[in-house]
Design a protein around this ligand. Structure first.
Ligand code: SF4
Ligand code: SF4
Length: 350
């Protein structure tokens, strides 16, 4: 049956510190946050129960009533959702808050000591159980946000599990401060794409945003990930730039960031807008002109430098919904069911 829905509602799970949600999207009007299992602390899951918990949301979509928390979400689209097929292939891991960085835009910033000492659960037994019960179907996406994934004790085991089970794609968001051999292994296997949080093109701006002195280390680790790439394949290493008011929202910093990417042979960049700033601007229905100019500049320079642009949540929402950027080509954050990413599969992106 054809109806309006999304991959996360039908086949997704987002693991949060004390509950399981449908997805991690927050940038749209509805704001997301569809909790499907409250009070969860890492117990093995009864999968029949999980499917039952998701069912009302799927039924609601089938009946044409999109949940108000999904309003305006770019992930909704019409297709035959095969709602009777029970499997997972969209997994998001966001269940811990420890990090070796202190970004001022992070939700953990207001009480870093608290978030760095919070207990967290392991997802490895849950994911292993899902694989053993054949409830995972390759073709979707797996993402790590957090917290910093490379400092999780189970991180290397988890990545090995994904590599062994031949998943199509695992996206890892990292501060880049700690090098992970498993990430390099995953890049070599064509499975992992890593997004290094840089947000700057200079040590000074990096320090202002991150509150740690690690710019050189992050660059060094980024180069090591680039070394693991297969050069004629689709790029699997990106650095991310979250535009923030009065800190890095200027062309000079952007140019330095683009140049350092080029120097490191990074072939793909991710751009986003700081979430709270964007929300305020969205409510005023006007994004500042200098911010739009920066997007134009990035677009123009990325073309010249032969860098792929990937838009993340707020930037994608903005550019999708405004008419200001009719010619802005970008690679969508989500390109489902393409299998392993390479130059051939990338052509199939709608
Ligand atoms: S429609 Fe958007 S907000 Fe709703 S579950 Fe799907 S991804 Fe999340
Ligand atoms: S790297 Fe990510 S988790 Fe760590 S402080 Fe920055 S935004 Fe937060």
């Amino acid at each position: 049956m054809i109806f309006n829905s999304c991959n996360w509602i039908n086949h997704g799970l987002n693991f949060e510190p004390h509950h399981i949600e449908m997805c991690c999207l927050r940038c749209h009007i509805g704001g997301g946050n569809l909790i499907i299992k409250p009070g969860f602390n890492g117990e093995l899951l009864n999968w029949d129960e999980v499917f039952e918990l998701k069912k009302p949301f799927i039924e609601q979509n089938k009946n044409g009533h999109i949940h108000n928390k999904c309003e305006g979400c770019f992930n909704l689209y019409e297709k035959d959702w095969e709602e009777d097929k029970k499997y997972f292939n969209y997994l998001h891991f966001n269940h811990w808050t420890h990090c070796n960085c202190k970004c001022i835009y992070c939700f953990t910033d207001y009480n870093k000591d608290f978030y760095n000492t919070q207990r967290y659960y392991n997802v490895f037994p849950i994911v292993k159980d899902m694989f053993e019960k054949n409830l995972f179907k390759p073709g979707g996406e797996i993402t790590f946000a957090g917290g910093e994934p490379t400092i999780l004790d189970e991180f290397e085991d988890l990545l090995n599990l994904f590599i062994e089970n031949d998943v199509s794609r695992v996206t890892i968001h990292t501060s880049g401060i700690k090098y992970s051999p498993a990430i390099s292994r995953g890049i070599k296997a064509g499975i992992v794409d890593v997004v290094v949080s840089l947000d700057s093109g200079t040590t000074e701006t990096f320090k202002k945003i991150k509150n740690v002195s690690a710019y050189e280390k992050v660059i060094e680790n980024t180069k090591m990930y680039v070394d693991a790439e297969i050069k004629d394949n689709f790029p699997l290493v990106s650095t991310k730039y979250i535009m923030m008011p009065d800190i890095n929202d200027n062309i000079d910093e952007v140019e330095k960031w683009l140049s350092i990417n080029k120097e490191c042979n990074v072939r793909s960049i991710v751009i986003d807008i700081e979430h709270q700033w964007f929300k305020l601007q969205r409510e005023k229905c006007a994004f500042p002109k200098h911010g739009r100019d920066i997007f134009d500049y990035i677009y123009k320079r990325a073309k010249e430098l032969d860098l792929n642009i990937i838009l993340y949540n707020s930037a994608r929402y903005y550019i999708n919904n405004k008419q200001d950027f009719p010619n802005f080509d970008f690679i969508p954050y989500i390109y489902p069911s393409l299998g392993k990413i390479n130059n051939e599969t990338i052509q199939k992106i709608p």
